[in-house]
Each structure stands twice: as C-alpha cells, then as structure tokens.
Design a protein around this ligand. Sequence first.
Ligand SMILES: Nc1ncnc2c1ncn2[C@@H]1O[C@H](COP(=O)(O)OP(=O)(O)O)[C@@H](O)[C@H]1O
Ligand SMILES: O=P(O)(O)OC[C@H]1O[C@](O)(COP(=O)(O)O)[C@@H](O)[C@@H]1O
Length: 307
Amino acid sequence: MIYTVTLNPSIDYVVELPKIQMGLVNRLEKTVKFPGGKGINVSRILNEMKVENTALGFVGGFTGHFVTEALSELKLNIDFTEIADDTRINVKIHAEKETELNAKGPEISVEELETFKKTFLKVGAKDVVVFSGSIPENLPQSLYLELINMITAAGAEFAVDTTGEALLKTLDKHPIIIKPNNHELSAIVGRSLKSDDEIVDAARELINKGAQNVLVSMASDGGILVTKREVYRSYAPSGQVINSVGAGDSMLAGFIGEYYQNKNVETAFKRGLACGSATAFSLDIADKLMIKKVYSEINVKKVRSEN
Ligand SMILES: Nc1ncnc2c1ncn2[C@@H]1O[C@H](COP(=O)(O)OP(=O)(O)O)[C@@H](O)[C@H]1O
Ligand SMILES: O=P(O)(O)OC[C@H]1O[C@](O)(COP(=O)(O)O)[C@@H](O)[C@@H]1O
C-alpha cells in the first residue's frame, strides 16, 4: 500500500481573466474548484494508475467537507483526521501569467495532532509513505522526521517532496526519491544552477547526504533523474499548457507508482514525466487517457553511467 500525507490540503480555486488590473474591480471569465494539496494530487494520479493507496492528512470545516466529498466522488481511499478549523482555499490566477496565492492554512490542536499520528500505526513493512508539501506553521517542523522514524521502524520506505530544512532533515533516513524543482534545488545548495551539469552536481550533493534518487523537475524543460550511479535526461513534449498546478505532484506520483510496482528507475522516470506533462496539458489533474497519450511521446536518455 502507498500512503500519501497532506498536512495542509486545500481547495484550489482556479480563476481565469485576460489581465489583472491592480486597484480595480476585475471580472472573472471562468472559475473552477478542485480538491488540492500535494499528497492528495499524488493519490489522484496513483488512482488513475490503479495503484492502491490511501490519503492521510487534516481536513476541517465547510472547505474540508468539499475536499472529502470531491475525493469520495473520485473514489479515493481517504483516512483524514478531522480538525475544528477550516481547510484553506488557495487561489490560482490564470491571467497573463500563472500566479498562485497559497494560504497559511488552519491551526491544528495538540489533540488533533495526536489523533493524526495514530493513523500511522497501520503502516507496515513493504508500505511506502509519500510526504508532500509544506508543514503548517503551528506544527513542529520536525514532524516529517518524527513520522519517518515511526514508519521506517515498522519497515516501510518513504518519498519526500518538500523544501528547505524540512527536506534536508530527512535525507540521512534515505528517501527512495526526493523531487525538488530546479529553483528549489538551487535554494537548497545556495547557488544558481544554469546548466544540466550544474544541476546534476547539485543533485549529487543530496545523494551524498543520503537520498537514494533525486528527481529534478524543470517545468517545460523536462527533468533530470540522478541516481547513485546514473543520470537520465528527458525533455518535455510540446503541447498546450492549460493548468500546470499539480504537475510536480503528478510527476512524483508517476515515479513512485511505477517504482513501487517494478523497482525500475528508468521506467519510473518516464512514467513520472508523462504524468507531469499530462497534468500541465489538462485543466484538472490528468486522467489515464491523457497520461497514456503523453507517455508515448516521452524519450528518456541515459546520459551518464558509473558502473
Ligand atoms: N509547460 C509544460 N510543458 C510540458 N511539460 C510540463 C510543463 N510544466 C510542467 N511539465 C512537466 O511536469 C513536470 C513537473 O513540473 P514542474 O513545474 O517542474 O514542477 P513543480 O510544480 O513541482 O514546480 C516537469 O518536469 C515536466 O515534465
Ligand atoms: O503545501 P504547499 O506547498 O502550500 O502547496 C500546496 C499547493 O500545491 C499544489 O499541491 C500543487 O503543487 P505543484 O504545482 O507543485 O504540483 C496545489 O494543489 C496546492 O494548492
């Protein structure tokens, strides 16, 4: 079983208008709401891939009700912890450029956190847990680490998609995969990364700190996978970008879903790339038909091998 963890889910409220005029009333041409949050998006893609999974996290209030209802309609397995405060609403503006307004999110009480931790007691050997997204401000920033210690003691493995210290703290626990985008990777190593070689060197630093694989996503430039011995490169297929929110989560889901089934990093990379671009080419998170179509257009090249 794969478990996904979304500590701070959201309603992603996508609004479309030709141009934003600051200081004036702006009329929206189109609005649409989706259940959002990084782990939830991972679960949605895993469902499209028919990989058994359960989404864990916190939901509360009328917004939390929307999220659980929408996910139940999509037939997702969920085991969320109910909280008193409202789940956040993140606004995704599609105007001249894509702009995101991500809210801080609800406060979580000590009792709610304790209830949530108990949902991890069922994680066992052979399970994989995907920790995605930011840790809400009022929770200990070491929470991922605490949960990782719990699940690895039970024999499970894990993947992480977060940034900064919260990510760095997990590396010596040997995540199967981490997925920074090129900007996040640059912030982690503290220097600008212009060429593929510079990206590979930076990813290699994180491998040396303990990550098993580093998947660097690069939006329309595709991605680079650095493993202990190999480097793979792929460019993104061209297509009409409709909504790239969730493309990174979809990429991680594709990788982990495939890897969980066959332990092959190259095909996992290819599946990840297909899921990422398929979501960028869709209004919502991609469905299996779009993933299949994009998969046939992905080419992965092994660019380095140290066998
Ligand atoms: N404009 C795009 N065209 C084609 N593929 C894309 C586009 N944006 C994202 N993707 C695909 O999705 C992956 C993840 O997107 P990215 O924006 O890098 O992640 P994140 O959302 O985490 O920043 C990319 O590596 C690429 O494969
Ligand atoms: O937890 P964070 O870092 O605030 O991110 C939450 C947001 O990220 C998303 O999961 C999308 O993430 P990506 O575009 O990076 O894949 C949205 O659904 C959500 O609104």
